[in-house]
Design a protein around this ligand. Structure first.
Ligand code: MD3
Ligand code: FE
Length: 217
């Protein structure tokens, strides 16, 4: 029997219910980057403010029927972009197809994301340890897609002070977080300069983009 018979060559288990689909997004990168340009032409990246009054180093936008926002009044999902009071841009077909393909490969064939949070990390941007808990149904997984510069992802336990492991995430990597891993603390260490993928559009060089697909409502 194969030593790793429970796995496919391209599906690695990080922890129970957390799967790394290394490079799964690579064949779709042209369509993903075109979709990203469409979304940010309507809802540009912006630096949001936390309830505590800090401006986030990560710039964000959203697509889908719901978008995650933060301001002085709190963290929440909205149907409208507060920058223009228009609905968030539709989720590009290539985004939805990749998210559902990744979820299906990880045991969630019925994943119907209604929100895609788009994070842009320039050099030195980071995301401190947090849990994602603004969604209604924690039995639904989160699918994350990394594009651009490599980052170091930090994955912890269920309390902020639990020990963390570090995991490098590269251009094209997709991670599915479900079940018992859904509520783990996680973050991104300050982004370091590095090599951008070849042929990447100038607008997306020297940064990392992360798409996180959620069933928020
Ligand atoms: C583990 N984004 O947007 S994606 C976020 O790379 C966020 O931009 C990071 O954390 C980023 O909330 C990490 C990986 C990720 C997303 C959701 C998770 C890991 C997760 C939910 C539970 C456990
Ligand atoms: Fe998160």
């Amino acid at each position: 029997m194969d030593l790793f018979s429970s796995q496919q060559a391209d599906k690695l288990i990080i922890l129970p219910d957390a799967y790394l689909l290394k490079g799964l997004a690579l064949p779709e990168q042209t369509e993903l980057l075109a979709g990203l340009q469409d979304v940010i032409s309507l809802s540009p990246f912006r630096h949001m403010v936390t309830p505590g009054g800090f401006t986030m180093s990560v710039a964000m936008s959203n697509c889908g029927s719901l978008g995650w926002v933060t301001d002085r009044s709190g963290y929440r999902y909205t149907a409208y972009d507060p920058l223009n009071d228009a609905p968030w841009p539709a989720m590009p077909e290539a985004f939805l197809a990749l998210a559902q393909n990744a979820a299906t490969k990880s045991g969630y064939p019925d994943f119907q994301p209604d929100a895609c949070l788009i994070n842009r990390y320039n050099i030195d941007a980071r995301m401190t340890l947090h849990q994602d808990k603004n969604e209604v149904d924690f039995t639904q997984p989160i699918v994350s897609v990394s594009l651009g510069l490599n980052a170091v992802f930090q994955l912890g336990g269920f309390q902020r002070t639990d020990k963390t492991i570090k995991l490098p995430l590269a251009h094209g990597d997709v991670v599915v977080w479900g079940g018992s891993s859904r509520m783990r603390f996680h973050g991104i260490l300050p982004l370091k300069a590095g090599l951008s993928p070849p042929n990447i559009t100038p607008a997306l060089s020297n940064c990392r983009i992360n798409l996180t697909f959620r069933k928020a409502g």
